[in-house]
Design a protein around this ligand. Structure first.
Ligand SMILES: [Fe+2]
Length: 275
């Protein structure tokens, strides 16, 4: 999400996020018209309608449901209850389709462990569902989930556009030591997380494989550009601060990891920042 801004392009997502962060109304032009923010680039004349999702997004990857999902969770965007212990966490973002348009009325059903790493399998503590608004935005208020044996820190979520298949996946926290040892962990599902006065503010945007007018146009995967040393390569162990090139652009590594297929720098903003 950050890579685009460094090129001078202002993406739809960036504008939407900035508008929400500032408490502003989302410009109507962004809510139902397939004019990607690329058309906002000053000095560049492009067609008013840009059908492709052209800011590096691929549909959000699916993950296993795990043993603790329960149907019929309460409708609520805050999972906090009186006296809830734990570090406060908000997760906000958008649900997009393949044309980078927001998906309104999308269902998001979250479930997670409590601060001790336990799931409530008899009641509905730390379980709740909500729907995106007209701008495709969601916001979850909860706590940072605790750890339990065998897993790194994570949230579970099911996301479903109206009348479409359910995406079941998980969201992860940067900088967790167990991210390196949890075989289920996928860096493409890392949230962007920042500290906020003792609480945590996380952001993540979902991209559903949902056709949208003017129709789905799968974004081709960029091919790594062969070149001198420093080109991003699968299997390389990168450390924070390492610089690479990918598809002709420069990126700097934000946290240590071993590169895997699908973790190309434009795809995983939690791992790579465009320079
Ligand atoms: Fe879990």
């Amino acid at each position: 999400m950050d890579s685009e801004t460094s090129t001078g392009h202002v993406t739809r997502k960036a504008v939407l996020r900035a508008a929400v962060a500032a408490g502003m109304a989302v410009p109507t032009v962004l809510m139902g018209v397939p004019a990607l923010a690329r058309t906002l680039d000053p000095g560049v004349t492009e067609p008013a309608l840009t059908p492709e999702c052209d800011d590096g997004d691929h549909p959000t990857v699916a993950q296993i449901e795990g043993p603790y999902f329960k149907p019929n969770s309460p409708l609520r965007s805050s999972l906090l209850e009186a006296g809830t212990p734990g570090v406060r966490l908000t997760v906000s973002g958008y649900v997009f389709g393949r044309a980078c348009l927001p998906v309104s009325g999308a269902l998001l059903d979250f479930w997670q462990a409590d601060t001790n790493g336990a799931y409530d399998n008899t009641g509905f503590r730390f379980r709740g569902h909500q729907f995106t608004g007209a701008d495709g935005a969601f916001r979850l208020t909860t706590i940072v989930p605790g750890l339990y044996p065998g897993r790194t820190r994570h949230l579970h979520v099911k996301v479903q556009a109206p009348g479409r298949p359910i995406l079941t996946t998980q969201l992860y926290f940067p900088g967790e030591p167990r991210n390196n040892t949890d075989s289920i962990f996928d860096a493409r599902l890392l949230m962007t997380v920042r500290d906020a006065g003792g609480a945590r503010e996380a952001a993540f945007d979902f991209v559903l494989d949902v056709p949208q007018t003017p129709g789905p146009n799968p974004t081709p995967t960029p091919t790594p550009t062969p070149g001198p040393g420093g080109s991003w390569a699968v299997g390389t162990a990168y450390r924070a601060g390492d610089a690479v090139t990918y598809a002709g652009r420069g990126y700097v590594c934000l946290q240590a990891h071993t590169a895997q297929p699908g973790w190309e720098p434009p795809t995983v903003p939690a791992l790579w920042r465009a320079v």
